[in-house]
Unconditional design. Structure first.
Length: 292
């Protein structure tokens, strides 16, 4: 059990983590800080945190577990704000969707203390942000990717694994580079495409009429386009090299469809669709296999 969680960012991700930690009996006290005082107050009223801290530094004071649940672009400033009270036995984690930029910030700021930081990316979330949407079950059954570096302390890494496992998560380790490449393909590019598609339709004269006729398939496909703009602005810029590489792969695949359609080649078009359908079916079957 941890004596105190210092929660920096009391929104959806941080609030859900605090609730889950409390339910599991893993923490005695949660001290929270958010940039917006009204958010911190609301978190206390909801029972997400026990004490409101007036600063990130004071939220970390006395904490043996610290979670940074802030936008990726705010990570370095947050490290700077808390570094003087991060102890050698503290476990510090984040929940950012990109890892290399976060780790670079940790190296620059934490320096000799960087070993206490275990970068983490829980594969979960909602389109709706804010502490009012915090969900005690948000992490249950979800994957959490840890991306330790060469200086990560073994004790802290083991604590991180134990925490996420106790919350019902499936923990996987990857290098930061492999993580960012993979999630550019399966998360960041899909978000960019969903944003672009909504803008493409809205930008047409008949856009509103088209949207009024859309059905469940369109709703499901574009669900992620309702995501928090500031959060996803930071993610897309943070992982821009990998994202742009994946965008080129997508453009080539889209062009293959355009060529098949423009030439009226049903066999080529069916082959492309079959490839996609088979890949999706195989992925879905692997996704629902019982986990050991």
């Amino acid at each position: 059990m941890f004596e105190q969680l210092g929660l920096i960012g009391c929104g959806l991700m941080g609030g859900s983590f605090a609730l889950a930690l409390k339910r599991a009996g893993l923490v005695k006290r949660v001290v929270g800080y958010s940039k917006s005082p009204s958010t911190t107050e609301r978190a206390r009223q909801m029972g997400v945190i026990d004490v409101e801290a007036p600063s990130a530094l004071l939220a970390v004071s006395g904490a043996d577990l610290v979670l940074l649940a802030v936008p990726v672009a705010a990570t370095e400033a947050t490290f700077k704000a808390i570094r003087h009270l991060v102890r050698g036995d503290t476990l510090v984690m984040d929940v950012g969707s990109t890892k290399r930029e976060v780790i670079d910030a940790a190296r620059r700021v934490l320096r000799d203390q960087v070993g206490v930081f275990v970068p983490a990316h829980p594969i979960t979330g909602k389109e709706l942000s804010g502490v009012e949407h915090a969900d005690v079950d948000l992490y249950t059954g979800r994957q959490v990717i840890l991306t330790p570096i060469e200086r990560t302390l073994t004790a802290q890494l083991n604590k991180a694994k134990a925490v996420w496992t106790a919350l019902g998560c499936h923990v996987k380790e990857m290098s930061p580079e492999a993580h960012d490449a993979a999630y550019a393909a399966v998360s960041h590019l899909p978000h960019m495409i969903a944003f672009a598609l909504m803008n493409a339709i809205q930008g047409q004269t008949q856009g509103e009429e088209f949207l009024s006729l859309a059905g469940p398939g369109f709703r499901d496909f574009t669900r992620i386009a309702a995501s928090d703009p500031s959060v996803w602005r930071d993610i897309l810029i943070s992982n821009r090299e990998e994202l742009l590489a994946q965008s080129k792969h997508f453009q080539r695949a889209l062009e293959a469809f355009e060529v098949a359609i423009a030439s009226g080649n049903p066999d080529a078009l069916e082959t492309l669709i079959e490839q996609a359908s088979s890949t999706r079916a195989r992925w879905r079957m692997a996704d629902i296999k019982p986990r050991s």
